[in-house]
Design a binder for this molecule. Sequence first.
Ligand code: SF4
Length: 127
Amino acid sequence: MTDVGETRDGFPFRFACRRSGNCCAIPGGFVRVTADERSAIAAHLGMDERAFASRYLQPDGVRLKEGLGHRCVFLEDGAAAGCSIYPVRPHKCREWPFWPEVLEDAALRRLVERTCPGITRLTPARD
Ligand code: SF4
């Protein structure tokens, strides 16, 4: 059965992930992780939190490091790109592309729509 995708109130598109990995490699983008998320990811990786922070967090202690280029450090290569911490991926990643700020910021909405092949417009764009 074809996955027709998910819709949410107010969003002008539907979304069905195509495993492009594009959302995990946006130039200028970053993934901020909460304290609970940091703990969960460290536990998932079998690391203590200090070692996790040293290896995977930016010096600010809240953003994930980048891997190659603009890629998230946890984005795996392959025919279908995948998140190597998928079961414990951050909330922001789980919610893509249904971020509240996408509704408020037309430039961000256009970027999201350009980035993600899993997005299908439900209504014609007016901007
Ligand atoms: S944590 Fe996983 S889902 Fe989130 S940006 Fe990195 S690779 Fe993508």
